[in-house]
Design a protein around this ligand. Sequence first.
Ligand SMILES: Nc1ncnc2c1ncn2[C@@H]1O[C@H](COP(=O)(O)OP(=O)(O)OP(=O)(O)O)[C@@H](O)[C@H]1O
Ligand SMILES: [Mg+2]
Length: 396
Amino acid sequence: MSSSDSSSYNKVSSGVTVIATTGIIAGSSVLIILTILIIKCVQNKKQPVSAEEQLTIATTSSPGSTLRGDLSIEMETISKFLKDIEKEKPMRFTPHHLIHFTNNYAEKLGSGEFGVVYKGRFPNGIKVAIKVLHGTSDNKRDEEQFMAHIRTISRTYHFNLVKIYGFCFDKAVKALVYEYMENGSLAHHLFDVSPNRIEWRKLREIAIGTAKGIRYLHEELQQKIVHYDIKPGNILLDANFNSKVADFGLAKLCDRENTCVTFTGASGTPGYAAPELWMPLPVTQKCDVYSFGMVLFEILGRRRNLDVRRGQSKQWYPKWVWQMFEQGQLETVISDSGVELKYQDKARAMCKVALLCVQYNPEERPSISSVVRMLEEEEEVIIMPTDPFHYLPSNA
Ligand SMILES: Nc1ncnc2c1ncn2[C@@H]1O[C@H](COP(=O)(O)OP(=O)(O)OP(=O)(O)O)[C@@H](O)[C@H]1O
Ligand SMILES: [Mg+2]
């Protein structure tokens, strides 16, 4: 090889070395960066934010912080929170969050025994109903009881129950945040002048759905829940008029052995409350069956059970239905209810189920699962009801 050949060979060889080295360094860097990115991704997936951390995120957003700061925290909180809904964990909100969700409590939906309900919206657009509870006590015992209550109701999941999204427990505000029900309460559709009259077939489905919601509370939960306040105002309707039982567990919590822990000291609503709730008698879940029977009467009559504007005999509808049944004139009740001919058998069955549900003796009332089967015509209504109102004075 000549000296000029050798020098050009050396130049080429050193050029190749430089290119190879640069390639190796660049390749390794890309590999290292990729590896770091993959590790980070895996770590992120492996470390979901715990419920406690999420609670901290929500509660550290203090009323004094800026709205912009709050909003970014809230957007982050809400997206994590939506994952929590899937995992059925309730979210803890501050009073400031509630002000923000309700636009400073701008729209009141109604009020009841336990508090006032407002319409609200999460920053991502999901509509909510926020029930701000009466009472301002915030001692440790109340808080523990409140939390135990929240844990119990947030473990419930059934198509026919209103979902709870979260709560607020603060010195000044105690509230429950529920999914919003587009069509309000059954009471509104039955008793108020409503432009969309619900057809009877749908009303029957609403009754069956409600019974299924109660069946879940009584028979399908580890810790049984007795509602104590079944009434058309606590049966809410979603956008498709599916029935959802609301306010379960607000009155009392009961375990399988029926040891009751009083939460608010409530004992049902007059007219729907079973006799054992206002008399010194033992109380079981059959009090819900009684109240459900009273709701069935109101569905059948499309009227409040007590209506003093009616003639004497029809002022209290359940008693009139019993008298008609006793005299073998159930047909009068059915034709009075305006049910279409093709549904009259179903209405007749509903009538008998209602009379069975409101029996004075709780043991003579059917279980709620039997009620579901009878309403769905899987079980025949064979037991004949006896006078449910024999204990009342004859002019009552
Ligand atoms: N999740 C909800 N979605 C839409 N509207 C609701 C919701 N919860 C309650 N409401 C409305 O607010 C009204 C008041 O509810 P609230 O539960 O306070 O009273 P109530 O059901 O009449 O009596 P009670 O205190 O015995 O439950 C309801 O009648 C209903 O119209
Ligand atoms: Mg209610």
